[in-house]
Ligand binder design. Sequence first.
Ligand SMILES: NC(=O)c1ccc[n+]([C@@H]2O[C@H](COP(=O)([O-])OP(=O)(O)OC[C@H]3O[C@@H](n4cnc5c(N)ncnc54)[C@H](O)[C@@H]3O)[C@@H](O)[C@H]2O)c1
Length: 282
Amino acid sequence: MIFDRNDSKDVAVLLGAGSMGTAILRRVCAGMTILFGDISEKRLAEVKKEYEGYGYAVETQVVDANSKESIEAFAQKASSLGNVKYYIHTAGASPNQVSPEKIIALDLVGSAYALDAFGKVIAKGGAGLLISSQTGYMFPPLSQEEEVQIMTTPADKLAELPCLSSERITNSGTAYIVAKKANHLQVQYAAAHAWGERGARINTISPGIIVTPLAYDEFNANGEGYQRMIDATPAKRVGSPDEVGAAGAFLLSDAASYITGTDLLVDGGTIAALKNGKFRLG
Ligand SMILES: NC(=O)c1ccc[n+]([C@@H]2O[C@H](COP(=O)([O-])OP(=O)(O)OC[C@H]3O[C@@H](n4cnc5c(N)ncnc54)[C@H](O)[C@@H]3O)[C@@H](O)[C@H]2O)c1
């Protein structure tokens, strides 16, 4: 049975087919072709089956979001499918999953490659979202000069910056804070302008503690620290992928047509609690 005879569909792209990404995607992709990218073939098979079951035309591609070539090939695939209306980037790892070097390579450099690659294929009137983190607000150990270096250095030279070297960034927690801060800086300073040249918008979302497989890896490693954080927040609870989904859908939609180059905290007030001294890190 052919459910949809419209062959000039827009394309909604998700790189990192995890919990938050799919929660955003499913709110915005009606009537579109969906392109999923992920490093996990198993995960791609699951989402393909699920979304085809809902009647969508679904394409998948194995992508390593650490690799410039892999991301560029993914952007080309997206462009070959039609008008790239939405790009959602959630491929990332958390501090207790990988080494500091891998966090910098994936969460920082990989994100920069994706901003560049999709900034070249996003459609006029399109929009993008990069999932950063509340940790981007947690005192990154960077000077103002180093922040400028991160904002102005081309993606494939970022790993050479001394402020991102393994001598400077010795643990995964610091790497994660720096990477997520860098996401904010790169979107504000560079990507918003490149995407704006094409008539498109790009923003970041900074989630707080959202219950996903990635978050369980963090809870298992540092349950007490997370409990203290949750207790101190105004919301007094964790968040759900669907709450990030609602915020993401807003930022991608025409209701947010004048919003670009900015970050939206979706954290139940964690950063408000930190600034207020309700809890301390460490
Ligand atoms: N869950 C939280 O509490 C939380 C809070 C703040 C920020 N974040 C950020 O949100 C993003 C998504 O996290 P999530 O919680 O939805 O996790 P998730 O585990 O549900 O999804 C992450 C997806 O990324 C994929 N992925 C991992 N490495 C990849 C690679 N190299 N190339 C391509 N795909 C890759 C995984 O296979 C997975 O499908 C991450 O960047 C994470 O740092 C999560």
